[in-house]
Design a protein around this ligand. Structure first.
Ligand code: ATP
Ligand code: MG
Length: 260
């Protein structure tokens, strides 16, 4: 029997490469032959758009699962990259307010996905840059968490806040969060980025606090990432020989070698 591994890409910091990483990870896993599902849990729908699906198109979305309007198999879409997609929905922007009175609201996604989890080796979840119901629903089903960060002071400060928040969530959810932080992924990295000693020390301290590591692989800053999203193609198809594509390949292998 297949056991799905769920990987969430989360942090409350915006613009640090969550979506780019989710897209590359889903495409890379599919390329390696794994049955992969990408769930766009960000109402901005960037991952849906970049997967070649029109977020406003005539298809079911994650919103329908939150509304319990259909079953998960009804909202699975094929993508050119080879992974299946549960598209995001702008209507989930108000999820926190809308479901505030709903019983077991943090477990809606877990319940909805039960019927399809035997179909996949991996589920990758892209999440919004605010901690709330959508992230909590993702964390409840997460086995491995990947936290992207850029190498600048504000990002590291955000990382510190996020690590404290994760601790608070673990307490609040008691035994219901079982994820392991697979690592902190440095993204949008430039050789000219001069990580100061203080910044580097903080980064490794935060990793230690989270009982995790900083991935050895760093994802460089490269226009190919932006171009692939605009072209609505995965980076392995649009820029197969780019150095940043190799970074993502190396990262996926490092992640898989880490026992995932
Ligand atoms: N390695 C990279 N090199 C160059 N540009 C990148 C890289 N990674 C991401 N970008 C670009 O930076 C912007 C932000 O990246 P992305 O959307 O992946 O971040 P995010 O954390 O998902 O943002 P949000 O919090 O808004 O969801 C995008 O325009 C994306 O194309
Ligand atoms: Mg994003």
């Amino acid at each position: 029997m297949r056991t799905i591994q769920t990987i969430s890409i989360t942090t409350q910091k915006g613009g640090v490469g969550k979506t780019a990483t989710a897209l590359a990870l889903a495409a890379g896993l599919a390329k390696q032959g794994y049955k992969t599902l990408l769930i766009d849990s960000d109402p901005q729908c960037n991952a849906t758009f970049a997967s070649g699906i029109d977020p406003a198109g005539d298809h079911g979305t994650l919103y329908d699962l939150y509304e319990r309007a259909c079953s998960a198999s009804d909202v699975l879409l094929d993508t050119e990259a080879g992974y299946k997609l549960i598209p995001g929905s702008l209507r989930l922007t108000t999820a926190d307010l809308k479901y505030s009175g709903t019983l077991n609201r943090e477990y809606i996604l877990r319940k909805a996905l039960k019927s399809i989890d035997k179909l996949f080796d991996y589920a990758v979840i892209d999440t919004p840059p605010q901690i709330g119901l959508l992230v909590e629903n993702a964390l409840v089903i997460t086995d491995k968490l990947i936290i992207p960060a850029t190498a600048d002071a504000f990002s590291i400060q955000g990382l510190l806040q996020y690590s404290e928040l994760l601790g608070e969530l673990k307490n609040a959810f008691e035994d219901n969060l079982h994820f392991e932080v697979a690592g902190i992924l440095l993204t949008r990295y430039s050789d000219r980025t001069n990580i100061s000693r203080t910044l580097s020390d903080s980064l490794y301290e935060i990793a230690e606090h989270l009982h995790t590591k900083v991935f050895t692989t760093r994802i460089r800053e490269a226009v190919a990432v932006r171009e692939s999203s605009l072209a609505r193609q995965n980076i392995f198809t649009s820029h197969p020989t780019a150095a940043v594509t190799k970074d993502y390949d190396n990262f996926i292998n490092e992640f898989l070698e880490g026992g995932s």
